[in-house]
Structures are given as C-alpha cells and as structure tokens.
Design a protein around this ligand. Structure first.
Ligand SMILES: Cc1cc2nc3c(=O)[nH]c(=O)nc-3n(C[C@H](O)[C@H](O)[C@H](O)COP(=O)(O)O)c2cc1C
Length: 155
C-alpha cells in the first residue's frame, strides 16, 4: 500500500510526529506551507482568529500527486478546537482514497478537529491525538506505534 503523510506544523511538534510516522510506515511525506506570515504575537493572534472563523488561507503548492497513494495521513495542530486554516484549505481542494488523521494539541480539541476533518472528507481508518507535553517528555511512542500498526493492517 502506498502511503503519504501530509502535515502542517507551525512550531514543529506535528512535524516531528509526521516524520516518525513516515519512518515507521516507510511512506512518503510532504509539509504543507501556509503563505500567511504567522510569526510573533500578532501572527499567533491572527492564527487563532482565523481558526475560530474557520477561514481558508493560501498554501504553497503540494508537489505529491494524491492519485498515486492508497492511504493519505493528514496531520494538523489543534487551533481553537479545530484544524488549522492550511489543512482546511488543503482538504477542501482535494479528494482522497483512504484517510487517517492525527493532531497535536495543548490539552483539548481533538474531537471537534477530527469531526470537522471527517465532515470535509470521509471517515478516517484511524486517528491519533497527542498532547504537546507527551511530545516534550518523549511519552508518545506507544500511541504512535499503535496508530501505525492499525494502518499497516489496512494493507
Ligand atoms: C493559534 C493557536 C491556537 C491553539 N488552540 C489550541 C486549542 O484550542 N486547544 C489546544 O489544546 N491547543 C491549542 N493550541 C496549541 C497547539 O495545538 C499545540 O501547541 C500544537 O502541538 C502545536 O503544533 P505545531 O508545533 O506542529 O505547530 C493552539 C496553538 C495556537 C498557536
């Protein structure tokens, strides 16, 4: 089964997990970049506002061709209890075969995030959510392994 990990990450945590999943599944990986500058306090405030308002954004072109993949794994940080504008934009523009989702978050919001992502696409075959403190303390490997094992069973 050909698998692609696609993710957006502003401060690196979602990216770290995306890379680990890609290594475990021996899959391709690509980062989605938001063209809007979200640096600094004003960038963060605008990010929160855009997420609350469920705004779309401009993203850089994704190079990978989705039609080449049986399974696409989408990763996003949780912003304002939902997905990021970059992921919302990407999901709105594409059709998928099998999907799985993962998110990283401060403490809460994964349920609504996954529900919104599913509403825009289709039911995922697996989901994974991690708290940023689990990532910081290196306490996420077991959950990542379970998630990847579930995805391997899709083959
Ligand atoms: C604008 C903004 C909004 C956020 N909203 C939430 C939230 O609603 N719930 C939560 O648990 N964490 C929230 N967070 C924390 C991030 O989800 C968390 O730090 C995540 O791991 C960051 O991922 P990244 O390093 O890949 O960017 C928010 C962070 C930002 C910058």
């Amino acid at each position: 089964m050909k698998t692609l990990v696609l993710f957006y990450s502003m401060t690196g945590k979602t990216g770290k997990i995306a890379n680990e999943i890609a290594v475990k599944l021996n899959s391709d990986i690509e980062e989605i970049f938001d063209k809007k500058n979200r640096n600094g306090i004003f960038g963060h405030l605008a990010a929160g506002k855009d997420a609350v308002l469920k705004k779309f954004t401009e993203i850089e072109e994704v190079k990978k061709d989705l039609s080449q993949y049986d399974l696409v794994i989408i990763g996003t940080p949780v912003w304002a209890h939902g997905m990021t504008p970059a992921i919302r934009t990407y999901l709105s523009k594409n059709k998928f075969n099998k999907l799985a989702f993962f998110c990283t978050q401060g403490h809460t919001g994964e349920k609504r995030t996954f529900r919104e992502m599913e509403e825009m696409t289709k039911q995922p075959v697996a989901v994974l959510s991690l708290m940023k403190k689990e990532i910081k303390n290196n306490q996420y490997q077991e959950k990542v392994r379970e998630f990847c094992d579930k995805l391997k069973q899709q083959e």
